[in-house]
Design a protein around this ligand. Sequence first.
Ligand code: HEC
Length: 158
Amino acid sequence: MKSNKLALIALLVWLATVAVFAWFFIRGNTVAGNDGRTAVVLQAGERDLILSEMRGMLAATQGILDGVNNGDMQHISQAARAAGMAVTVDASPALMAKLPLGLKRLGMSVHRDMDDIATAAEKGRPPAEILKMTSGVLTKCVACHATWQLRLANQGSQ
Ligand code: HEC
């Protein structure tokens, strides 16, 4: 009887641990932002990494549009590929754990879209199709920016 109780307690503790991990996995390290968005709390180095990745995304978008305007498929493909899945390898597991699941999903899908645009350009797809894909990516940029912001952790030593 007693060992049954212990087993039940062990099971409950285990379930609680799993629930806490799941909660953090989905929510990431977030607090309510000051402008209605959700703020992801990061160390300075982590924030810098994401912001530099963002500036890369903006540069890629500009490069794609530039390439479309000049009919330069190679330029489109190079610009888009530079913001493809390959750039995500820089993120450490600690940073990944702090990012909410929805943000990670959206971020990954944008990198995948960039690779798709690069491939479409390499295959010589029509400019209208490339513009449509780019417009779809920009919708995701806007959606993510409307939902999340980045905030520095005060107690950080990084
Ligand atoms: C998955 C979420 C997400 C996606 C997708 C996303 N961003 Fe961002 N981006 C952010 C967050 C969060 C910030 C920080 C905003 C803040 O703190 O107010 C940011 C900041 C930026 C900045 C500011 C960089 C700086 O140095 O301050 C630029 C530029 C930017 N994003 C461009 C883009 C472009 C272009 C795209 C699409 C091709 C894009 N982002 C897609 C989340 C995202």
